[in-house]
Ligand binder design. Structure first.
Ligand code: FRU
Length: 736
C-alpha cells in the first residue's frame, strides 16, 4: 500500500515536471470542500480497477445510477492561460449520454461545454477548452449528471462522468474538439464533409450570419479512419459569404480534420456498384418510406421521401423530393420539408386542393405529415409552385393526441365532400374527417382483432376500386416487425367504406400487398384519376441499416398499377408493373423456349449487362413438382427461386447471392411464401442491380427481394427435378 503510494506520487511528480507551465486548479487529492455539490450524484472516488488514466489517487465521479442526478461546480478561478485542460472519463457520444456534461462557466454563464468525449469511456482523456478569449475573467468548471433523456416512452441510459486534474496552461493537451469549427469562403456549390458509416457520432451545424442554415443541428458521421462518402451541403445561395461548419466530437487525428472542402460536384460516385438504373434512389443520402406522392396539376409525378440529407442511415428525417415526367426516371431536388422545433418530419401524404378548401390557393399542394418530436403530431405545409417549395402552416400541429405514443403517417384522400385521413394509431387505423385539412374530427377506428398485429401498425392507405361496376375499398397497413419471413411487410384488407367507417370483408387475413421481404411502407399517388399507382420502399427494417451501399441507402420499387381481381376463391389485390415501366425497355430479345424438358438456359442475358433488365417467360410444368429459376454470375453467386407446385410454396434462397454477411437476418433463411396452384406460370422478373421484382400471372402475386451480387447476374436458368417443363414466350429486355 505504502509502496503504491510512493510510486503514484513519483508518477504525479513526473507529470507535473513535464508540463511545468501548467497551473493546477484541482486534482481532487484533498477532498471536495472547494466544490459546490448539488443532488446525490457526485462524490470523490478513489483509485479503483474500474477506470484508468487519472492522476494521483482520487477523482470526482458521478454515480452510474441514472436515478441519482446533480451537479458539481468548482470554486471560481481566474483564467490566465490559453487552455483549460482536464482529464475526463465516461461520456462517449450517444443519445443517453447527452444528459452528462462538463462545461466552462465564465462570469456565471456556460460558455463552452462538452457532452461527449472519449474513445473508451473507462479511460480518462484530456479535454481542452480554448479559453484564450476569456483571459482575465473569472471561471468555474461545472459538471452535470442530469435526468436520463426520454424520447416518447423510451428512456436512454445515461451512465457516469468523471474528471480529474483540472489545470490551465499554454498548451492544448487534448486532440479532442467538443466543437470543431471550420470557416469556409463559399466559392463553389457544395461544402463537402468527409464521412463514413463508422464515423464519429457528431452534430453538424452550418452557420451563416449567426443562423444555422440547416434549421437545427443535424446528426452526422464525419470520417475517422476511412471515407465512405462526402456529405454535400448545398451553399450555392451564399456565394461569396463565409460559412462556419461546426461539428461536435472530433479528434485531430480523424480524417475529417482539416479535410472539409468546397466543390461544384457532389464527389460521391453516382454509378457505384449497387446504384439502381431504373428505380428511384436518392443521389446522396438515406431514404425509407415514399411520402407525399402526387401527380401534380402541372402533370409531373412528385415523390417525396423519408430522407436524411446528411448521412446514409435513418436520422434527421426530412421530406426529400424527386420529380419525374415518366414515373421511371427521377430528378432529385432539394429537400422540401426540414425538421423544426416540433420534431423530425415523418411519413405522410400530399393532396391537390383543387377547390382551395384550406385557403392556401386553388390547386395548392398540401402536405400532411407527422411531426415527430416530444410525441407524434400531424402538421401541414403547402406549396403554390407546383410542389417544389413548401411553407409550413403557422398553426401546426393540426392534430394531436397526447395519449398516443404511435400516432403517425397520415394518408389523406378526398372522399365525397370531405378530406379523410387514415392514421396509424398504436394497433389500429384511425379515420379522421376534415372540411379544410386544418380541423380534424374523429370518424372511427379499424383494426382490433383484424389481420396481423405482430408489429406496430404504420403507413395506412385507403383506396377505392371499381370492381365489375361495384365500389370496393382497400386498406393498407404496414407492420414492423412481424412479417412471416421476418421484419417489415405490408398487409391489406378489402371491404367497404361508408364515408365514416371501414368494414372489412371476411377474408383469410393477413393478406400481403407483396409477398417478398423488401417492399415496405408503400402507398399510392394522389390525384391520379382513373388509376391507382403504388410505390413502396424496397428494403426491410430488419437489415436496412447495414446494406452494402455507400453514398446512398435504399431505393423504391417500380411503380405498380393496382386493381382488384379474383383468385378463384375470393378478391385479391392485383399489382402489375405500371405501363410506364415498359417505356424503359431498351433492347428486346426473343429467345426460343423448350418443350417438355428438364432445363432451359439463357447463358448470357445481355451483352455488356449493366444490371437492369426484364425477363419474361411462361412456364408450364407437366405435373406437380418443383422447378427453379436461377439468376447467377460468373463468380458462382446466385439467387434461386423455387416454385414447388406440390406443396404450393414459392421460396427464394439468397444465401449465395453475393454480399450477404452484412446482417444475420438477411439470408440465413430462405424467404418462403404460399403459391397459388396454376397450370402455367407467366413470370416477369425485373432485376436492377440490387433488386429482384418477380410478378406472377398478371397480378396474382408479386415477390420483391433485394440481392447484392458482387458482379451483375447475367445468367438465367430454369430447371426442374421431378417434373418436365415447357418454357415459351421468352423475352429479355434491357431496361434504361
Ligand atoms: C415506417 C416508418 C413510419 C415513420 C417513418 C419514420 O417505415 O417507421 O411509421 O413515419 O418510418 O422514418
Amino acid at each position: 500500500m505504502k509502496f503504491n503510494k510512493i510510486l503514484a506520487f513519483a508518477a504525479a511528480f513526473t507529470a507535473l515536471a513535464a508540463c511545468s507551465s501548467n497551473q493546477i486548479i484541482e486534482d481532487f487529492e484533498s477532498g471536495l470542500e472547494k466544490w459546490t455539490i448539488e443532488g446525490d450524484s457526485f462524490e470523490i472516488s478513489n483509485a479503483s480497477e474500474e477506470l484508468s488514466g487519472f492522476e494521483g489517487f482520487s477523482y470526482l465521479r458521478s454515480s452510474s445510477d441514472d436515478s441519482k442526478v446533480g451537479s458539481a461546480v468548482s470554486q471560481p478561478f481566474q483564467i490566465k492561460s490559453d487552455y483549460i485542460n482536464l482529464l475526463v472519463a465516461g461520456p462517449k457520444s450517444s443519445m443517453g449520454r447527452s444528459a452528462l456534461s462538463v462545461s466552462l462557466v465564465v462570469d456565471g454563464e456556460d460558455v463552452l461545454a462538452s457532452g461527449s468525449i472519449g474513445k473508451d469511456e473507462k479511460t480518462f482523456e484530456w479535454l481542452s477548452f480554448d479559453a484564450a478569449m476569456y483571459k482575465g475573467k473569472t471561471a468555474q468548471i461545472k459538471l452535470t449528471a442530469g435526468e436520463p433523456m426520454r424520447f416518447g416512452t423510451r428512456t436512454f441510459p445515461r451512465g457516469f462522468i468523471a474528471v480529474d486534474q483540472i489545470q490551465q496552461g499554454k498548451q492544448r493537451l487534448s486532440s479532442f474538439y467538443p466543437e470543431y469549427k471550420v470557416s469556409v469562403k463559399v466559392d463553389k456549390k457544395y461544402i463537402l464533409i468527409p464521412a463514413a458509416n463508422n464515423g464519429s457520432n457528431s452534430r453538424l451545424s452550418v452557420m451563416v450570419d449567426d443562423q444555422n442554415i440547416l434549421g437545427i443541428a443535424q446528426s452526422a458521421k464525419p470520417a475517422t479512419d476511412r471515407i465512405d462518402y462526402y456529405i454535400p451541403v448545398n451553399v450555392e445561395k451564399y456565394s461569396g459569404k463565409t460559412v462556419d461548419v461546426i461539428l461536435t466530437n472530433i479528434y485531430e487525428e480523424d480524417m475529417v480534420f482539416g479535410a472539409i472542402k468546397t466543390s461544384d460536384e457532389m464527389m460521391n460516385e453516382y454509378n457505384e456498384q449497387y446504384r439502381p438504373l431504373v428505380h428511384y434512389s436518392p443521389e446522396f443520402g438515406w431514404t425509407n418510406d415514399p411520402n407525399g406522392m402526387v401527380f401534380t396539376p402541372q402533370g409531373e409525378w412528385h415523390l417525396s421521401l423519408q430522407y436524411n440529407p446528411y448521412g446514409t442511415s435513418h436520422g434527421n428525417m426530412h421530406w426529400g423530393l424527386a420529380t419525374s415526367k415518366d414515373l421511371i426516371h427521377w430528378t432529385d431536388t432539394p429537400a422540401i420539408i426540414a425538421p423544426d422545433e416540433l420534431g423530425s418530419i415523418f411519413s405522410g401524404s400530399a393532396v391537390v386542393d383543387h377547390d382551395n378548401t384550406a385557403g392556401f390557393g386553388k390547386d395548392a399542394i398540401v402536405a400532411i405529415y407527422t411531426s415527430a418530436g416530444q410525441g407524434q403530431r400531424q402538421s401541414i405545409a403547402y406549396s403554390t409552385d407546383g410542389g417544389y417549395t413548401f411553407t409550413k402552416y403557422d398553426k401546426n400541429p393540426v392534430l394531436a393526441d397526447p395519449e398516443q405514443r404511435d400516432f403517425r403517417d397520415p394518408k389523406v384522400n378526398r372522399i365525397g365532400d370531405q378530406w379523410v385521413m387514415a392514421l396509424a394509431v398504436g394497433q389500429v387505423v384511425r379515420f379522421y374527417g376534415s372540411p379544410d385539412l386544418k380541423n380534424w374530427s374523429l370518424l372511427s377506428d379499424f383494426g382490433t382483432g383484424m389481420g396481423s398485429h405482430a408489429g406496430v401498425w404504420e403507413c395506412p392507405d385507403l383506396m377505392c376500386f371499381d370492381y365489375n361496376g361495384q365500389k370496393k375499398w382497400v386498406l393498407f397497413v404496414s407492420i414492423n416487425p412481424g412479417g412471416p419471413n421476418g421484419g417489415s411487410i405490408t398487409q391489406y384488407f378489402i371491404g367497404d367504406f361508408d364515408g365514416k367507417r371501414f368494414k372489412a370483408d371476411p377474408l383469410p387475413y393477413p393478406l400481403w400487398v407483396d409477398e417478398g421481404v423488401d417492399n415496405y411502407a408503400g402507398v399510392t399517388f394522389n390525384n391520379t384519376t382513373g388509376r391507382t399507382v403504388f410505390m413502396g420502399w424496397m428494403s426491410n427494417w430488419s437489415y436496412t441499416g447495414q446494406t452494402p451501399t455507400l453514398a446512398f441507402r435504399n431505393s423504391m420499387t417500380l411503380p405498380r398499377d393496382l386493381s382488384l381481381k379474383s383468385n378463384g376463391k375470393h378478391l385479391i389485390l392485383s399489382s402489375v408493373p405500371s405501363p410506364e415501366v415498359y417505356a424503359a425497355r431498351a433492347a428486346e430479345r426473343a429467345i426460343e423456349g423448350v418443350s417438355s424438358s428438364q432445363s432451359f438456359s439463357i447463358p448470357s442475358i445481355l451483352e455488356n449487362n449493366k444490371g437492369a433488365y426484364e425477363i419474361d417467360a411462361t412456364i408450364t410444368p407437366d405435373a406437380k413438382g418443383e422447378f427453379t429459376l436461377t439468376l447467377s454470375n460468373s463468380k458462382g453467386e446466385n439467387a434461386v427461386f423455387c416454385f414447388d407446385t406440390k406443396s404450393q410454396k414459392l421460396s427464394l434462397d439468397r444465401s449465395k447471392s453475393g454480399n450477404v454477411d452484412f446482417s444475420a437476418s438477411f439470408a440465413q433463411k430462405p424467404v418462403v411464401v404460399s403459391l397459388n396452384p396454376r397450370n402455367e406460370y407467366k413470370i416477369q422478373m425485373f432485376v436492377d442491380r440490387l433488386s429482384t421484382e418477380l410478378f406472377i400471372n398478371d397480378g396474382d402475386m408479386v415477390f420483391t427481394n433485394c440481392v447484392f451480387p458482387s458482379e451483375v447476374f447475367n445468367k438465367f436458368d430454369i430447371a426442374s427435378s421431378n417434373c418436365k417443363i415447357s418454357v415459351k414466350d421468352v423475352k429479355v429486355y434491357e431496361l434504361k
